[in-house]
Ligand binder design. Structure first.
Ligand code: ZN
Length: 491
């Protein structure tokens, strides 16, 4: 074991601060030598952005941040870490919401930032694939696809800073899952550096490959606990020729479900977005996001955003959307609706939806969940959940929003307006337990798209059959016998 009380010797250069003492100085220097001084960050101000996640819920300490520029360097880092029992915490854009990318407070872990490994290795418009390195920012990949008249459909609030490696490690979801699937569904092949330093090159472009256990799909969603993803082959789609976006007010989640079924029946695979929001989530966004405006004239307790994408033409998309809205009105499912008149308005509708999470940060304290239940059960779940919430904190207000088409809601609860925020947040464990218990009674998931990280380890243990947990532990040991990969996460 390293001597945790020792203060680093090289105080003269200021290179290593006392908190780095959890790793011996000579070992720190060996790690630094792999990437070069320029790409190693010692504890101090420059390292702090790596140690705190966006909401400030999780903070940690590190002995060193390493920013390798090649797969060979990643491999050398892993080999040395494995030999010396040094914990490695892989990190992409640091946008995760469950603390999976943040080290513990011991200061004995090394953060492995994949940011410099961000190259486009290949784009193949015949096979409709793109091969990119882990550090590529999602938005850049979307832009590259667009430049080649293709669509990379993964789309989420953090796309301007999250990275592909992190998206895959967490099996990120977002707003495009309804039509295109989550990160796992978009991934055809991986390049993975194992804790031993060995490189698993599985960068294949195959849609069909039934050859033994699917290691790639074990690694996707493993949150950096099995190895380090350094590159991936991802699917591209044809760019839609026409897109229509509508904002719709409905009275009840039951009406939203009816409208979803109507839209899915009429549009089939052209239904590319179906988001559900409470009026409160919308109001908070309008109050706290500059330039945000109410999309409808009339108030409605629930709101829906519908997106239709046609592979044929904009006229086709428009006709489909008009058909859904007029049938929906006729059947009494819709209170009010607004069809985006142009691209700018369509973007404004999406921006309203995307800004909801951020807006809630400025609207008092909130307790957040990322749950899913079968789509058909959403109205009943929402009805029961309201009673559960009121039982834990009378006066608390449901400000949920999310991907109704996937049965996935960010079931967020806002504090009663007259409560002290800290008093409300003290109810976090109790509230979460109550909501998660209800989710389990619907055979749902307590983490639909954000992962487990540090935040939901206990909830995972409560939600997963012991046989499955035991298998997960054995898989972990098979990949990482020395337990150096992102310790304290998931299991
Ligand atoms: Zn989401």
């Amino acid at each position: 074991m390293p001597d945790t009380t020792r203060v680093a010797a090289d105080a003269r250069t200021g290179l290593i601060h006392p908190e780095a003492a959890a790793l011996p100085d000579d070992l720190v220097q060996r790690f630094i030598a792999i990437v070069g001084q320029r790409h190693a960050i010692c504890p101090g101000d420059e390292a702090s952005p790596y140690l705190r996640e966006p909401r400030g819920l999780f903070t940690g300490a590190t002995a060193l941040v390493l920013r390798p520029g090649t797969v060979a360097e990643v491999s050398k880092i892993m080999r040395l870490a494995n030999e010396t029992g040094t914990a490695i915490v892989p990190q992409g854009g640091n946008t995760g919401l469950v603390g999976g990318q943040i080290p513990d407070s011991s200061g004995a872990s090394i953060i492995l930032s994949l940011s410099r490994l961000d190259a486009l290795r290949e784009i193949d418009t015949v096979n409709n694939t793109v091969t990119v390195e882990a550090g590529m920012v999602l938005e850049r990949l979307q832009d590259i696809a667009r430049e080649h008249d293709r669509l990379f459909p993964l789309s989420l609030g953090a796309q301007g800073s999250c990275q592909i490696g992190g998206n895959l490690a967490t099996n990120a979801g977002g707003t495009g899952v309804l039509a295109y699937g989550n990160s796992r569904d978009l991934c055809l092949g991986l390049e993975l550096v194992l804790p031993s330093g060995e490189v698993l090159d599985d960068l294949r472009k195959l849609k069909k490959d039934n050859t033994g256990y699917d290691l790639k799909n074990l690694v996707v969603g493993s949150e950096g606990t099995l190895g380090v993803i350094t590159a991936a082959v991802l699917r591209l789609y044809p760019r839609p020729k026409g897109v229509e976006v509508a904002w719709v007010g409905v009275q009840t989640p039951g009406q939203a479900l009816d409208l979803f079924q109507l839209a899915a029946d009429m549009a089939g695979g052209a239904l590319t977005g179906f988001e559900l929001m409470t009026e409160l989530a919308l109001d908070m966004t309008i109050d706290h996001v500059p330039g945000a405006r109410a999309p409808l004239n009339d108030a409605a307790p629930w709101h829906v955003l519908i997106e239709i994408s046609s592979s044929r033409s904009s006229e086709d998309a428009n006709a489909l959307m008009q058909g859904i809205l007029s049938d929906g009105f006729e059947a009494g499912m819709i209170v009010d609706a607004a069809l985006a008149m142009n691209l700018g308005q369509a973007q404004a509708f999406w921006n309203l939806r995307e800004a909801m999470s951020e807006a809630q940060r400025h609207a008092g304290a909130s307790i957040k969940h990322d749950i899913s239940v079968p789509v058909s059960a959403l109205p009943e779940f929402l009805a029961q959940a309201e009673r559960v919430v009121d039982g834990v904190c009378p006066g608390a207000r449901v400000a949920c929003f999310g991907h109704m088409g996937d049965g996935n809601l960010h079931y967020n609860i806002a504090q009663p307006p007259d409560h002290d925020p800290d008093r409300f947040l003290a109810l976090y464990p109790q509230m979460t337990q109550a909501v998660h218990d209800l989710v389990r009674s619907f055979n749902g998931s307590i983490s639909a798209e954000h992962g487990i990280g540090q935040m939901k380890r206990h909830a995972l243990a409560e939600s997963t059959p012991p046989v499955a947990l035991d298998l997960m532990r054995r898989v972990k040991v098979a990949f990482d016998p020395n337990g150096i990969m992102n310790p304290g996460k998931i299991l």
